[in-house]
Design a binder for this molecule. Sequence first.
Ligand SMILES: [Zn+2]
Length: 484
Amino acid sequence: MIDDAKILETVIAEFEALTHIPRPSGHERAVSDYLKKRFTEIGCTVTQDEALNIIAEMPATTGCEAAPRTILQGHMDMVCVAKPGVIYDPLNDPIKMLRTEESLTADGTSLGGDDGIGVAEILTAMQYTEEHGPLRAIITVDEEQGMSGARHLDAAHLSGARFLINCDSEDYHIMTVGSAGSVNLDFSRMLTRRESALPAYRIAVEGLRGGHSGERIGDGRGNAIRTLALALQTLAGHGKIEIVSFTGGTARNAIPPTAEAIIRTEIGEREIVNVLVEEEKRFHALYGTADPAMKFSLSSVENAGRVIGADEQHDLIALLTLLRTGVHDMSRLHVDKVETSANLGVITMDESEVHVQFFPRSSVNERLDEIVTMAETLAKRTGFTLTVGAKSPAWREREHSTLVKIMGEVYAAQNGGAAMTVESIHAGLETSWHAAKNPELDMVSIGVTAHGIHTPEERVEIAAIVPEAKLMMETLRRIAEEKS
Ligand SMILES: [Zn+2]
């Protein structure tokens, strides 16, 4: 048996070699060439595809040839950021790795432990697992920017294998078994403009917390755009209102923390205030726990400009109040995990056009299809044009996974019987693209415990390096006992 010190020093040495090669997303030629050489040195037959992905085949150890093939997968690119004041050229400067008792960090920059440490674990497991079936390493390019490596990977490289272990997660104690797909939906409509002499006001929604629409959508936070649309709809029940502008949000995948409208109206200022007070109460009854600081502000506006057509205004408010933003469905497999959500992310408006960005996510592809159909109907009914943009598939959790069972048993044996946390995430992973190309693959995603990824504070926990390697190696040994 190989001892723990040898495993630790091998993983760190393999990782440190990667830190010497600049490797921001989209600039992977040098690191891809290095990995081609390195996997060849350890006994693999290596293919470098046109995208510069590396596919490395390692034969089974003697006697284990009949075992099912396992793919070990990571990515070679990294997010390159530096602390303010640090001079750093990601295209030319190597990372300066620092090692303390507890952690690996970098000197003033991101470390690239995401996913260099995963690649180093794969290289180590391939060298030192004493009994294993046929193995294939797939190390992709450009995970961090657009997953173009995984997207363009030939499906042939994902066939002929039963298991896939993705090594791009960030917690030794967690096994990820599903991830969400998404689709970009854009509603747009041309606007007409006409003069109006009614007094003008600015109404703003402020103080919401917002947040990433994958990570925070299940927290019960309010959506500023929807909140404002509902308030305008209520106001329209009190008298004539005319919209001059309606804007809000910053990004498709961020819950909008603010929104504002300029309206002209015959309703008196005091009555508007009363309506907004009632709307605030309604908001706080629904979202007050997660978003206690939300409030409306009202001010009068001089020279507000022309208003949009009455039909356009009616249709716009209908669209914004009917689009279902927030959680659609919770997971049936995991407590407190979101399966399907959508985020009403951005509304922009100029003199001649209004544009609304909507971003559904789901771990079930068919649910995304349903939302697209719903959006098409809604667009037709409200006179908007719907553009269905970039789509990424979901990785749907299997109900009976041999790999989850084996790895869970290995983890429990390593941790005094404790159960490994099993979860699906409400964000995208490269495994989504693998699942689309080979739905039969039994996959998990794991990783060495790390903190502050994509920041100059990135830190890998040294104490998790050996347990993670042994989790992978013992899982491969157990797979070698399976019949293919
Ligand atoms: Zn990563």
